[in-house]
Design a protein around this ligand. Sequence first.
Ligand code: FAD
Length: 283
Amino acid sequence: MKLEEIYKSDNTIISFEIFPPDTDEKLKKLCDEINILKNYSPKFISLTCGTAGKNNEDYKRILNILRTNFEIDIMPHFTCICNTKKFIDDNLIFFKSLNIQNILALRGDKPENYNIKNYEFHYASNLVEYLKNKTDFSIAVAGYPEGHFECKSCNEDIENLQKKIKAGADIIITQMFFDNQKFFDYSEKLISKGITTPLVAGIMPIISIRQLENMIKLAKVTLPKKLLDKFETHKNDPNYIKNLGIEFGINQCKELLENKVKGLHFFTLNKSYSTSKILENIL
Ligand code: FAD
């Protein structure tokens, strides 16, 4: 089903993000995890991709396997930076052959020595425009409640988000966040700019201290000090951390549901346990 149809619902939509495993053994394990996550009636599962067509053949192979083995809609993430029109077109034909309906259109991170002049697609908005003119895919784009790290301010980033919406994006999926107030403020700012596109909350269950540190560094998101201290205090107790992450996730999602969030998109890291525990307690 297309995104614009899915998010017409008055109910909060559940969806999951997974990433392509690098071995067949891990792929088999991932299929087992998806079989567990299926119990929570996700409307789709999104599959992350590397930038600049990294491991594209492998990506297509995994997409094909997931599409063949599960009846759930799969939404590929697709980055445009440094990719040629031909590369993009070839992938679109492949997505069509799998009857894929939806794409998460991204720019991707800039590689070192990136020279904008060498490429046709500079921003995600260029890709959204291209997809909307050329295809009938429904399009998701990324949003950043704390602002994207390259932008001077969250407001400037929202102005750039408007370009993606104007180009035809159907939904916005946010970067993970750990302070709901940031999401609520972002949502209000979007509405004040006339952006009423469904805003889907990106939820990252905290599974371990190492994952938490990586997230803060890579995704450049902040963690409320009180929460960080709590995790730090128990950093030598992995089970405690996992349970604390689940408890935090339950409370975070409950508050979002009370505020009628359009969707919860769980960054599962290919593991079902914490996401399932959170969902068991909120649905
Ligand atoms: P854009 O929307 O193009 O924005 C990039 C930056 O440029 C922003 O600072 C923006 O404000 C600015 N900008 C936009 N348009 C203009 C303009 N016209 N003029 C000047 N500045 C402009 N990365 C991956 O590699 N693979 C993935 O699978 C992946 N999945 C993701 C899933 C989600 C839900 C999210 C939130 C992010 C994901 N990312 C992924 C990360 C993403 O690729 C990076 O954050 C990347 O740096 C920006 O991509 P974007 O699509 O948001 O870019």
